[in-house]
Design a protein around this ligand. Sequence first.
Ligand code: HPA
Length: 273
Amino acid sequence: MQNLQNLFEKPLQFINAKKPFDVDIALILGSGLGGFADSLSPLLSINTCDIPGYPVSTVAGHSGKIHFVEAFNKKILVFQGRIHFYEGYTLAQCLLPVEISKLCNARAMIITNAAGGINPHFSPGDLMLTSGFNSMLLRKEIAELFSPGSVERRNALVGLADSPMYNAIQRAGLEAGISLKEGVYFYTKGPNYETPAEIRFIRETGADAVGMSSVHEALYAIQHGIDAGVISCISNFAAGISGAKLYHGEVTETANRVKLVFEDLIKRAIALY
Ligand code: HPA
């Protein structure tokens, strides 16, 4: 896979000079889920707007901070907020958090997001561990991360299930007594939600949930030897799945409602890994 270190020379130099320690695990907190970072006591917090060359997040509910934390028996790097492809950045630019995780020698990542539920057995507030991705809409951009003519560019994309982090999250769910769902995450480019007709099509592909992030982060991490587990907070029924009208506020409302369960799952997964 292409090396993005040149693209990120300035932010990586900055983090390298500041980082208080190498980490075990990096955690990306998705839409509405950033509040978890406020309950931690970081050794160092950095506003991403103070990092030269760090893309600015324009999405409500993404505060743009990086924290170095020692907790749950691990050293952790927490990204409070993420960079979205739909904000107009290149896919490569969206991968800066993974490059920073690599720089800090993270062995694994937990990548979280908000997603619309498609599986009829899912309800808003459920947590889903991603067993597979449908990244067909991102094919070209992902391929472009590999050098032209390389074997990797033509290879099938890697999967997620049964990695050590996947297993740690599954065990954390059991330990916490959470009815953790598992399923396929369908990536859409956004920024707008899908139409009911699009969701009917996406459902036919075997998808359980739909969202606008995470896939490239996990794939890039795995390609660089970092184990990755992806957790979705099902924030709403995807368009047309229920009669209800979609609104963005549901992402934060649902995340707030399941905050304690979500945080318990993450803490246990980190400790178990
Ligand atoms: N669709 C796409 N992305 C989302 C959704 C959705 O319904 N909910 C939260 N993120």
